[in-house]
Write a protein that binds this ligand. Structure first.
Ligand code: HEM
Length: 324
């Protein structure tokens, strides 16, 4: 196959950064332009998230706490990266303040009046929530499809048979594609684990006491691979498990969020879930209907559970125009 080699994980990460900025703040940082250098904000953001996630893997929390107190090593780099993120986001806010727009950031600025720190933290939350999650989900989705050509063929057939234009209604009809996306997030959840800290003494629904100050972690990566939740074939990529006989019941509507807490469950569920699913379907349908992807490396990639999951070393693929 003729084509070019790209790191799909990197391209998707650039795309989702541009998208979350455009949709939420009506700004396009143009990260997808391959000729543009990686912006200071993206660079600092990546360093800050990586070092923060590595804190959780330190055998003794005392180690990073000591480094933070002495402003040394990784904790010093983290502080510098956070300062750089704050500076870039404050510049975005200053530019936005005078633009009189109607986007989410303009509304946050109106609501928060002069509280710029609140607005800054909201921007950072949206960047963190909307960028790496979607790119991680798509990276693993494309890898799984390359690894299962029969499933990929079925997805391509569905895309070609159902849509003329990739509009909202057309995307909603791509039910097998949605099943594949859910199945890939079951095995490779973008947020592999997530912790909550008890502000006060609390009790879990099963009666377990949670003393003030303790940490409770739920683990979607582990839950997605449990035999008693998903059956004997829990380690297999089998999108059909997300389809019911009723055609309206599909994907994450078909399975309880407490069994599949990839977007979390309860009152603090992900606010961007529907947007994320739409964005992923759009990108998957657009790429698969036009291009063929062939992984450069035939070894099984490694899952790296940072704050959001990554594929170790990126996902290098040969991209060529689809024949049919
Ligand atoms: C596949 C993609 C995504 C996944 C797997 C995902 C997952 C999650 C999870 C697990 C949480 C709970 C975090 C916690 O409480 O600690 C969350 C919260 C949130 N997500 Fe997403 N997310 C995705 C995409 C998005 C997108 C595209 C946006 C918006 C641009 C978004 C916006 C949010 C917001 C605002 C919250 C905070 C909700 C709250 O605290 O009430 N997410 N997401």
């Amino acid at each position: 196959m003729n084509g070019i080699i790209i790191d799909l994980q990197d391209v998707l990460s650039r795309f989702t950064f541009d998208t979350v900025c455009k949709v939420s703040f009506d700004m396009d940082p143009l990260c997808l332009h391959s000729t543009m250098p990686v912006s200071c904000l993206v660079h600092a953001f990546d360093i800050a998230t990586q070092i923060s996630a590595k804190r959780a893997t330190e055998p003794l929390p005392l180690i990073w706490k000591a480094k933070r107190a002495m402003n040394m090593g990784s904790e010093r780099r983290l502080r510098e990266a956070i300062d750089a993120v704050h500076e870039s986001v404050m510049e975005m806010i200053q530019r936005k303040r005078n633009s009189g727009g109607d986007d989410l950031l303009s509304r946050i600025l109106t609501l928060s009046d002069k509280d710029e720190e609140f607005a800054r933290d909201m921007v950072i939350s949206f960047l963190l929530a909307g960028r790496d999650t979607v790119s991680a989900a798509l990276t693993w989705f494309f890898w799984l499809l390359c690894d299962h050509p029969d499933v990929q063929q079925k997805v391509v057939e569905e895309i070609r048979s159902r849509h003329e234009v990739l509009d909202f209604k057309g995307l909603q009809e791509l039910k097998f594609l949605k099943a594949c996306i859910c199945e890939s997030m079951r095995l490779y959840p973008p947020v592999p684990w997530d912790s909550k800290h008890a502000k006060n003494d609390d009790v879990l629904p099963d009666g377990t006491l949670v003393p003030k100050g303790s940490r409770v972690t739920y683990f979607p990566y582990g839950m997605g691979r449990m035999e008693n939740l998903w059956g004997m074939d829990c380690l297999e990529f089998r999108p059909e498990r997300w389809m019911s006989s009723e055609t309206t019941n599909i994907g994450d509507d078909f399975v309880s969020v407490y069994k599949f807490p990839v977007f979390q469950a309860g009152p603090r569920q992900c606010l961007g879930k529907e947007m994320a699913l739409m964005e992923m379907k759009y990108i998957a349908a657009f790429i698969l209907s036009r291009f063929e992807l062939r992984p450069v490396n035939d070894q099984k990639p490694q899952f790296v559970p940072f704050l959001t999951a990554r594929m170790e070393g990126g996902f290098h693929v040969l991209v060529g125009k689809s024949k049919s």
